[in-house]
Design a protein around this ligand. Structure first.
Ligand SMILES: [Zn+2]
Length: 422
């Protein structure tokens, strides 16, 4: 059901324009060798290189660690489904234009998933759940596919294959507030870590057009009051936007302001009273009765493609050390220092640091310039003196020359910085 991700409705590009500058994520993506598109595969279908895949995995791991600590479990679903699933969910009709359809040899109709919620309902529905087992919290980082018009495709911001860091909580109405709090904590920690400022939009229904929404007036009033209370209790910088709700329930949408003053719609937490009706999802309550449950949809990054684009432009490509595909570049002064450089490489890798050697086939100056252009967080230059003393001359991208340090010190220093995600 989540339809947040696309740049279209809310990513107001205020302030400076990054499209022709050193901040342009398409340019940075090429310089840092993160992703590529191929004419043969098609536009809007980015391919992630080994380096880009490290960035995706590190981002996902950051979110997953926070989810896991809050009781989420991973699930896995196929990327296609019989059309009956979407007829039940309502997507076959409401999402008709955006669906990629597939017909099997025997004429059965399938579709590529444009979202994960309908599949996830079928995991919840596999067995009856007692109230003691509620909530059930499922998370999955996976691609969804939407048939966007090709004229609009470009870079990572408009794509046909979108990776969502998706989650669905199946819970009782009385548990909604606590679940929103848990998710909101994750959103705050995640965006503050990158230096974004967050503003919150409460996306409510438009009381003048009740026919646009599913559910009763009373249900909507209660749900929206609950979200308003949560926003107040968290002292959030929020505003209300009537008419921005989803068909099935109100949403909390997060807007991040980047380093050049542009605001992007990023994370979302959505309350859904509709899909549980359509799929008849219940738990067995304390009295032994079937009790209708609610769903909470959420994505912290929204889409990894879009978030990566926003992050690259926000940081001008200078990813923090923990997120950098190459965290330390080792530069032997000449060929004869290669052996010691290899020793340094093993030492750093043993400490879990992603390190590479820049072989001495070019001048040292040229190799240093190259490593800096790739925005490598740390450079280690090693020559005669360093090899003799088991040291390296350390230079930081952000702090400049640090000096000659023991190898053990360097490894410990970097390892701590990476572990703390500082
Ligand atoms: Zn969903």
């Amino acid at each position: 059901m989540m339809r947040i991700i696309m740049a279209k409705p809310d990513a107001k590009d205020q302030g400076a324009d990054a499209s022709s500058s050193s901040r342009d994520h398409r340019k940075l993506g090429q310089e840092l060798d993160l992703f590529v598109t191929s004419e043969l595969v098609g536009s809007g279908l980015p391919l992630w290189t080994p380096r880009g895949t490290i960035v995706r995995q590190e981002l996902d791991r950051f979110v997953w660690e926070m989810r896991s600590a809050r009781g989420y479990e991973r699930v896995t679903i196929p990327h296609i489904t019989k059309k009956e699933l979407y007829i039940t969910s309502g997507h076959w009709e409401k999402f008709a234009d955006d669906l990629f359809r597939i017909t099997s040899r025997e004429g059965r109709e399938y579709a590529l998933k444009p979202m994960n919620c309908p599949h996830h309902t079928q995991i919840f529905a596999r067995k009856p759940h007692s109230w003691r087992e509620m909530p059930q919290r499922y998370a999955e980082t996976t691609m969804v596919y939407r048939d966007e018009q090709s004229g609009e495709l470009g870079g990572l911001t408009r794509v046909l294959s979108i990776t969502q860091d998706d989650s669905h909580v199946f819970c009782r109405e009385a548990q909604v507030k606590e679940e929103f709090f848990r998710l909101w904590d994750i959103v705050d920690i995640f965006y503050i870590a990158f230096g974004f400022k967050l503003r919150v939009r409460l996306s409510f229904h438009d009381p003048k057009e009740p026919e646009k929404y599913l559910g009763t007036k009373e249900t909507w009033k209660n749900a929206e009051n609950a979200l308003r209370e949560i926003a107040q209790e968290r002292n959030a910088d929020f505003f209300e936007a009537p008419g921005e709700a989803a068909l099935y329930g109100p949403k909390v949408d997060f807007m991040a302001t980047d380093s050049i003053g542009r605001e992007h719609q990023v994370a979302t937490i959505q309350l859904d009273m509709n899909l549980p009706e359509r799929f008849d999802l219940v738990c067995i309550n304390e009295k032994g009765e079937r009790e209708r449950i609610v769903m909470i949809h959420s994505a912290i990054m929204g889409s990894i493609e879009r978030f990566t684009a926003v992050l690259l432009e926000h940081l001008e490509g200078k990813l923090p050390t923990w997120l950098s595909p190459c965290q330390a570049k080792i530069l032997p002064v000449s060929e004869k220092h290669l052996e010691y450089a290899t020793e340094v490489l093993h030492k750093l890798r043993e400490s879990g640091i992603r390190a590479e050697i820049s072989k001495a086939d070019e001048s040292l100056g040229k190799r240093i310039r190259e490593a800096k252009m790739q925005k490598t967080p740390y450079l280690l230059v090693v020559g005669d003196e360093e090899a003799g003393a088991m040291t390296a001359s350390l230079e930081s991208r952000d702090k400049g020359k640090i000096g000659v340090l023991d190898l053990d010190d360097i490894a410990a220093r970097l390892e701590t910085e990476i572990r703390m995600r500082s």
